[in-house]
Design a protein around this ligand. Structure first.
Ligand code: NDP
Length: 464
C-alpha cells in the first residue's frame, strides 16, 4: 500500500494551483485538487476575465462616439446590463469547464469543498452540499494556492457597499456609483462604470491614484479619467455611509457628502489563509499575513509549499502560473526552478489603459542615481482626426552609466499589448542605442517608443 493517498494535494483551483496540479499529474504523480467554490479561481471567476469582458462592453460607448467622428451615424445607444451579465456568466462557466476538463485530462482528482491542513501530511476536506468528497487525505506534498480576497475599510455603514466580488453580479446597473481606492481594481472599475454610462466618482485617500506607479503615469491617467467624465476626488476617505430613500449617502473625511446608488470598495486584497489550519502545523506567515516562502515557494514546513496571491509576492495571474510551474518542475521533474520576479510587466485596464515594465523614474533615481528620461505626450492620430482631446504618454527610463532601459511606461490605447513586447527587450537588457536602432512601424502609436531622441528635462512642456 502507498505511504500516502496522494503525491501532491493542492488547495485551491485557481491559476497557480491548477498549473501546478496539471504539470505534476502529467509527470505521473497522483494529484488531488480541492476547491471550495468554482474551478478557475479569482482570475476566471471574479477577476481578470470577467473584468476584461466588462472593459470591452464599456469601451463601446467611446467607440460609438469616435464612429460619429469618422462619418458614421449611430442610432439609439442602449445597453442591456442583464443580457450582458447572462452572456458573461455563460462564457465564465465555459472557461471554468475547460479548467475542469484539463485537470481531468491530466489525471488529477478534483475534490469539492473547503480544505484545511491537519498536519504536515494530512488535509481535511470539509463537507459541501452536493459533494461526497469530505474526508481526510494524506499527501507527500501539500501546495497552498488559495489566492486572496477583498478587504474593506472599517467605518459605520461600510457593509452597505460592495467589493469586486459582488460588482460582477449587481442586479441592476447603478445610475451613480462611488468607487473607493486608487489601485488597479478601483481605476479599472471606475472606467467600466463610466463607459457604461454610470455617473462615476473615484474616491482615493492619497495624493494621486496608482501609488507605486511612475508619477507621470499617475497624473496623466488621473487627467485622462477626468477628461472622460470620471470625478476624481483625492486626499479623502469615508467617515460613514447611510442608506437614504434615493440611495447611499457617503460622508467623507472633509465632511462633504455624496449621494450615489452604489459604493464599491477596491481597497486592496488580503491573502486568503483563514480556516486553513496553518497555525496548527506551524506554517509561518510574514508581516503582511501572507504565507512566507523561499525562492522555490517552499514554506518553513518541509512538506508544504505555497504559490500565488496567498504568498503576496507579485499578485498577478501569470506570476502565480509561473510559480506553480516552477514548483512542479522542481518537485516532480527533478529540475530545480525558481521564478524570476524581476521585470514582470503589468497592465492596468483603465480607460485609457496603462502598460508598465521595470522601474518608475523615482525608483530608478533611488536605485542608480543618474538616469535619463525620454518622454512624449501626444494626441494619437485617431483623436486628431475627430477632435478628441485624449493624450497618450510614453516614457522611457534609462540608466545613465550603461544606457540600459530600466523602465517603460505607456498610457494610451493598446498599451497592454505594446508593453508585452517591450518587456521582452527590457528583460533581455536592451540599451537605448539598441532600442533606437529598431525601425519604427508607421503609422502607429508605438512608433513613438523608438523615435524619442531628446532627453526630457522637467522644464520641457513635452507635448509632441
Ligand atoms: P491595490 O493594492 O492595488 O490598491 C488598493 C487601494 O486601496 C490603494 O489605492 C489603497 O490606498 C486603497 N486603500 C487601502 N486601504 C484603504 C482604506 N482603509 N481606505 C481607503 N483606501 C484604502 O489593490 P486592488 O484591490 O486594486 O488590487 C489587488 C491586486 O490585484 C493588485 O495589487 C494587483 O496585483 C492585482 N490586480 C491586477 C490587475 C491587473 O493586472 N490588471 C487587475 C486587478 C487586480 P494606498 O495606495 O494609499 O495604500
Amino acid at each position: 500500500m502507498a505511504e500516502y493517498d496522494f503525491d501532491l494535494f493542492v488547495i485551491g483551483a485557481g491559476s497557480g494551483g491548477v498549473r501546478a496540479a496539471r504539470l505534476a499529474a502529467l509527470s505521473g504523480a497522483k494529484v488531488a485538487v480541492a476547491e471550495e467554490y468554482r474551478v478557475g479561481g479569482t482570475c476566471v471567476i471574479r477577476g481578470c476575465v470577467p473584468k476584461k469582458f466588462m472593459v470591452y462592453a464599456s469601451e463601446v460607448s467611446a467607440q460609438l462616439k469616435t464612429a460619429e467622428g469618422f462619418g458614421w451615424s449611430v442610432g439609439a445607444r442602449t445597453f442591456d446590463w442583464k443580457r450582458f451579465l447572462q452572456d458573461k456568466d455563460v462564457e465564465i462557466a465555459r472557461l471554468s469547464g475547460i479548467y475542469v476538463t484539463n485537470l481531468q485530462k491530466a489525471g488529477a482528482h478534483l475534490l469539492h469543498g473547503k480544505a484545511r491542513v491537519v498536519d504536515a501530511h494530512t488535509v481535511e476536506v470539509l463537507p459541501k452540499e452536493g459533494s461526497q468528497d469530505a474526508g481526510r487525505y494524506t499527501a507527500r506534498r501539500i501546495l497552498i494556492a488559495t489566492g486572496g480576497r477583498p478587504v474593506r475599510p472599517e467605518f459605520p455603514g461600510v457593509d452597505l457597499g460592495v467589493t469586486s466580488d459582488e460588482a460582477f453580479h449587481l442586479p441592476t446597473l447603478p445610475k451613480r456609483v462611488m468607487v473607493v481606492g486608487g489601485g488597479y481594481i478601483a481605476v479599472e472599475f471606475a472606467g467600466i462604470f463610466n463607459g457604461l454610462g454610470v455617473e462615476t466618482t473615484l474616491l482615493y485617500r492619497g495624493a494621486n491614484i496608482l501609488r507605486g506607479f511612475d508619477d507621470d503615469v499617475r497624473s496623466h491617467l488621473a487627467d485622462e479619467l477626468e477628461k472622460r467624465g470620471i470625478k476624481v476626488v483625492l486626499g479623502c476617505s469615508h467617515k460613514s455611509i447611510e442608506k437614504t430613500e434615493q440611495g447611499l449617502l457617503s460622508t467623507l473625511s472633509n465632511d462633504l457628502t455624496f449621494e450615489t446608488d452604489a459604493v464599491m470598495f477596491a481597497t486592496g486584497r488580503e491573502p486568503y489563509v483563514e480556516g486553513l489550519g496553518l497555525d496548527k502545523v506551524g506554517v509561518k506567515l510574514n508581516e503582511r499575513g501572507a504565507i512566507a516562502v523561499d525562492k522555490h515557494s517552499k514554506t518553513n514546513v518541509d512538506s508544504i509549499w505555497a504559490v500565488g496571491d496567498v504568498t503576496d509576492r507579485i499578485n498577478l495571474t501569470p506570476v502565480a502560473i509561473r510559480e506553480g510551474a516552477a514548483f512542479a518542475q522542481t518537485e516532480f521533474y527533478g529540475n530545480p526552478t525558481s521564478f524570476d520576479h524581476e521585470l514582470v510587466a503589468s497592465a492596468v485596464f483603465s480607460q485609457p489603459p496603462v502598460g508598465v515594465v521595470g522601474l518608475s523614474e523615482a525608483e530608478a533615481r533611488h536605485a542608480f542615481g543618474k538616469v535619463d528620461i525620454y518622454r512624449s505626450i501626444f494626441r494619437p492620430m485617431k483623436a486628431t482626426f475627430y477632435g478628441g482631446q485624449e493624450r497618450c504618454l510614453i516614457k522611457l527610463v534609462v540608466k545613465q552609466d550603461d544606457e540600459k532601459i530600466v523602465g517603460v511606461h505607456v498610457v494610451g490605447p493598446d498599451s497592454p499589448e505594446i508593453i508585452q513586447m517591450a518587456a521582452i527587450a527590457v528583460k533581455m537588457g536592451v540599451t537605448k542605442p539598441q532600442w533606437d536602432s529598431t525601425c519604427a512601424v508607421h503609422p502607429t502609436l508605438a512608433e513613438e517608443l523608438v523615435t524619442m531622441r531628446e532627453k526630457y528635462m522637467p522644464s520641457d512642456v513635452g507635448v509632441a
